[in-house]
Design a protein around this ligand. Structure first.
Ligand code: SF4
Length: 297
């Protein structure tokens, strides 16, 4: 069997080459990978513990939400969308100062705008994954406020995102915008949005574990550059990859998790909500949990 026939060995070699090149955020390879076709990197440094538990149902209305859009009960869409703008200012005016950026070769500037631009250039040239560099139209990096207090983490680009190079611009993207703007009453421009993967998987399949492992340093660097106070994981793939857990999205909901000091709320992916409109009620409960934690309600 050649190395290319053994994906786990290929992963190990790639991880080693990343480490040798000085990247200190890579998960460590473990032989356990040999026996697990879909495990997450076992020694990744992120740890999740349910430290702050908040009852997601306190004071929540259970009225039906619209099937066609994310409409909160008894609420109309308002073009002026910034009643909470003052609460969305970054929790650190110098986000970079919270991290030892000099030890992370992917973060080349203490200025978030410059650091993101430099990281985006690296991502655009990335060919780490076996298939995705051949099938992508372009990489899809991230969009939004580089000093956002809230970061949304999705799964991977879809066809629309692959075509435009911007995350969440298709139908599910429009629903996410409604969730942010109609539900949370904040502007989409005030948050930051990125994915676990920066390249579209063929046929929109789930990211392979090795693809998520390859792209993780980019994801972690993006998060650390933006340095949000809150992260909202959209769907099981985002939640499981960020938190390094096999717990179902259903069980991850309703709790504020801690990942490397960031407060993490998990909810359903907008594409799931489009397929299962009744679940919008649950997503609204999750957003209310997030809004209460952020002091937005
Ligand atoms: S998904 Fe991430 S790691 Fe894989 S090729 Fe694209 S940018 Fe590189």
């Amino acid at each position: 069997m050649t190395d290319s026939d053994n994906p786990n060995r290929a992963i190990a070699q790639a991880l080693n080459s990343w480490r040798l090149s000085g990247l200190d955020q890579m998960p460590q390879y473990s032989p356990e990978l040999e026996n697990n076709d879909y495990s997450l990197p076992p020694n990744a440094e992120c740890v999740t513990q349910n430290k702050d538990v908040v009852n997601a149902n306190n004071g929540t209305s259970n009225e039906e939400l619209s099937n066609s859009e994310f409409r909160i009960p008894n609420s109309e869409f308002t073009p002026a969308l910034t009643p909470h703008s003052s609460l969305l200012t970054p929790h650190s005016t110098n986000a970079a100062s919270s991290f030892n950026m000099t030890n992370n070769n992917l973060i080349e500037s203490s200025d978030p705008v410059e650091a993101l631009a430099m990281l985006q250039k690296r991502v655009a040239q990335c060919t780490l994954c076996k298939v995705l560099p051949e099938t992508r139209t372009q990489t899809v990096f991230g969009v939004g406020n580089p000093r956002a207090r809230l970061l949304f983490l999705g799964e991977a680009p879809g066809a629309d995102e692959d075509a435009q190079g911007i995350p969440f611009v298709g139908r599910s993207g429009r629903l996410l915008t409604d969730m942010i703007e109609k539900g949370m009453k904040i502007s989409r421009d005030e948050v930051y949005i990125c994915n676990v993967l920066r390249c579209r998987p063929p046929q929109n399949r789930n990211p392979l574990p090795e693809e998520a492992a390859f792209c993780r340093p980019f994801m972690e660097a993006q998060i650390k550059i933006v340095n949000p106070e809150f992260i909202c994981c959209l769907g099981a793939v985002a939640a499981k990859n960020l938190l390094q857990t096999d717990t179902s999205i259903g069980k991850l909901r309703g709790t504020i998790h801690n990942w490397q000091g960031y407060k993490v709320v998990c909810t359903y992916h907008p594409s799931y909500l489009l397929r299962n409109p009744p679940a919008k009620k649950d997503a609204w409960i999750d957003l209310q949990l997030l809004m209460r934690a952020m002091g937005l309600m």
